[in-house]
Design a protein around this ligand. Structure first.
Ligand SMILES: C[S@@+](CC[C@H](N)C(=O)[O-])C[C@H]1O[C@@H](n2cnc3c(N)ncnc32)[C@H](O)[C@@H]1O
Length: 407
C-alpha cells in the first residue's frame, strides 16, 4: 500500500513505501519510483545503503521480468493447463471468437450482453482469454488475435472448433489416468469411457453422440490438411493408389482431382467406407475411385495398385504390426511401386516437436494403447527391413513429413 502522509520528523527516514508530498521536486528513480530531492528533504538524506538496496531491487525486478518470468509463466501454463484448456473450450462453446469476428472490437459490457453473461463471469472469461493471447485488449475494446480469427471463429474456413470439442468431450477425462497408462504401458484412459472395447474406436461404437464428435474432428482435420498435402506431393507418376485407413476419402478425392488420369481405392473399416463411398459419389469421382471395406490386418491388401498411401495410420499401431503391414505392401506392389507415409514425424533426437508429445500421449493413454508418433528413422528402418531400396524423406508444413519408399 502507498501512504501519502508527509513525514513529521526530518531525521526519521521515510518508510520504504512512502512517496513524497506534492509540493516537492521529483525525479524518476529506478522503476519510476519518485525520489524527493528538495534541499534538506528526507529524500536527500537517504542513506547510501538504502539507495543501493533500491537499485539492487530494481535490478532484480528487471532480471526477473526479462529472464525468469517467461520461464515461470511457461511452467504456469503447464500447471494451469487444465484451467486454460477449459477456458478455451468455454470461449469456443460460448462462441466468443465468432462474435468478435462478426462484430469487430467490443467493450466488456457489449460482450457480456451479447453472450448473456453476468459482469463478473465476463471479466473472468476475458481475463483468461487475454492472458492466453487468444484475444487482445486495446483502448477498452477486445478483438480476436490472429490465431483466434483463423482457427476459433466459426466464420473461418480453417477453424479447428471440432478439434476443441473432441478434446473436451472425449480426451479430457481419459487423460486423467495417464499415470496408470504409463505404468501399464497401455490405454488405461479408456476406463473413463463406459462400455466394451480395447481401442477408442471400439469404445465410441457404444456412444453415437461421441462418435459423431470424433468423426467431425477427423473430417475437419483431413479437410484442413488434404489440400495442402496434395499441393506438396506429386502423384502424377502413379496409376492407381490405395489409401489404407483412408477415412472419409478426403485425401484420395484431392489426389484424384489433381491427377485426372489416376484411379484409387479407400481401404478402411466397413462403416467408414460407407462414409467414403458417399463422399466419392458426391464429388463426382465414382468412375475412378472406390472402396475396399475390411480390416487391413485380417484381409489382403489390394494387389492392383502401384502406390500405398498411409496417412495418419501407422501411428495407430505397434512396431510389429507396422512392420508386417509394410512387408505386405512390399509384396503387393509391382517393381517401381511406392509406399507413401504421411504423418506428424517425431525428430530422430526424440526431443520434439511439441505436437508429437501431445499425440504420443494420446496414442498411449487413449486411442490404441500400442503406439506413439514414431520417428523418421523408425519408419525408414521398417521400410528397409521390408525390402524397399530407395527411401526419401521430406519435411512438410505443420510438423508433418512424408517418406516415399520405392520397390
Ligand atoms: C486417424 S484416421 C486417419 C484417416 C485419414 N487417413 C487421415 O489422414 O485423415 C485412422 C483411420 O484408420 C481406420 N482404421 C482403423 N483400424 C483399421 C483397420 N484395422 N483396417 C483399416 N482401417 C482401419 C479408421 O477407421 C480411420 O479412418
Amino acid at each position: 500500500m502507498i501512504a501519502s502522509e508527509p513525514n513529521t520528523s526530518a531525521d526519521r527516514p521515510a518508510p520504504p513505501h512512502t512517496i513524497a508530498p506534492p509540493a516537492t521536486q521529483h525525479r524518476r528513480g529506478p522503476r519510476g519510483l519518485a525520489e524527493d530531492t528538495s534541499p534538506g528533504s528526507p529524500g536527500q538524506a537517504l542513506a547510501p545503503r538504502r539507495r543501493r538496496s533500491r537499485l539492487a531491487l530494481w535490478l532484480r525486478r528487471g532480471i526477473e521480468r526479462l529472464f525468469i518470468r517467461p520461464k515461470v509463466e511457461a511452467f504456469y501454463r503447464v500447471l494451469g493447463g487444465y484451467t486454460f484448456f477449459q477456458l478455451l473450450h468455454a470461449a469456443v462453446e460460448l462462441d466468443l471468437f465468432t462474435l468478435l469476428s462478426q462484430r469487430g472490437p467490443m467493450t466488456h459490457g457489449q460482450i457480456a450482453e451479447a453472450l448473456g453473461l453476468e459482469d463478473r463471469a465476463t471479466r473472468v472469461l476475458l481475463l483468461g482469454c487475454t492472458v492466453l493471447g487468444l484475444i487482445k485488449l486495446r483502448r477498452g475494446r477486445y478483438r480476436n488475435s490472429l490465431v483466434a480469427a483463423r482457427h476459433l471463429s466459426r466464420d473461418s474456413g480453417t477453424n479447428i472448433i471440432s478439434m476443441v470439442e473432441w478434446q473436451h468431450a472425449i480426451n479430457y477425462r481419459p487423460m486423467f489416468h495417464l499415470a496408470d497408462a504409463l505404468r501399464a504401458n497401455r490405454n488405461e484412459g479408456l476406463a473413463a469411457i463406459e462400455g466394451p472395447g480395447s481401442t477408442l474406436f471400439a469404445k465410441l461404437a457404444n456412444h453415437p453422440k461421441l462418435e459423431t464428435i470424433f468423426h467431425r474432428a477427423m473430417d475437419e482435420q483431413s479437410d484442413n490438411l488434404a489440400r495442402s498435402f496434395v499441393e506438396q506431393l506429386d502423384f502424377a507418376g502413379y496409376r492407381r493408389v490405395a489409401d489404407v485407413g483412408g477415412g472419409n476419402g478426403a485425401y484420395l478425392i484431392e489426389i484424384a482431382r489433381a491427377n485426372p488420369h489416376l484411379q484409387g481405392v479407400v481401404v478402411d473399416l466397413p462403416s467408414v467406407c460407407e462414409l467414403a463411398a458417399e463422399n466419392i459419389r458426391s464429388s463426382g469421382l465414382a468412375d475412378r475411385l472406390g472402396t475396399s471395406p475390411g480390416d487391413c490386418f485380417a484381409n489382403e491388401l489390394p494387389r492392383d495398385v502401384d502406390c500405398f498411401l498411409f496417412a495418419h495410420f501407422l501411428t495407430l499401431w505397434s512396431e510389429a504390426r507396422n512392420q508386417q503391414l509394410l512387408r505386405d505392401a512390399y509384396d503387393a506392389l509391382p517393381e517401381g511401386g511406392s509406399v507413401v507415409i504421411y504423418n506428424i514425424m517425431q525428430e530422430d533426437s526424440r526431443s520434439g516437436p511439441l505436437s508429437c508429445a501431445i499425440g504420443s500421449t494420446y496414442f498411449l493413454a487413449i486411442a490404441t494403447g500400442e503406439s506413439l508418433l514414431w520417428t523418421w528413422q523408425e519408419y525408414c528402418d521398417w521400410l528397409t527391413r521390408a525390402g524397399f531400396h530407395k527411401i526419401v524423406r521430406r519435411r512438410l508444413l505443420r510438423d508433418h513429413g512424408v517418406i516415399i519408399a520405392t520397390k
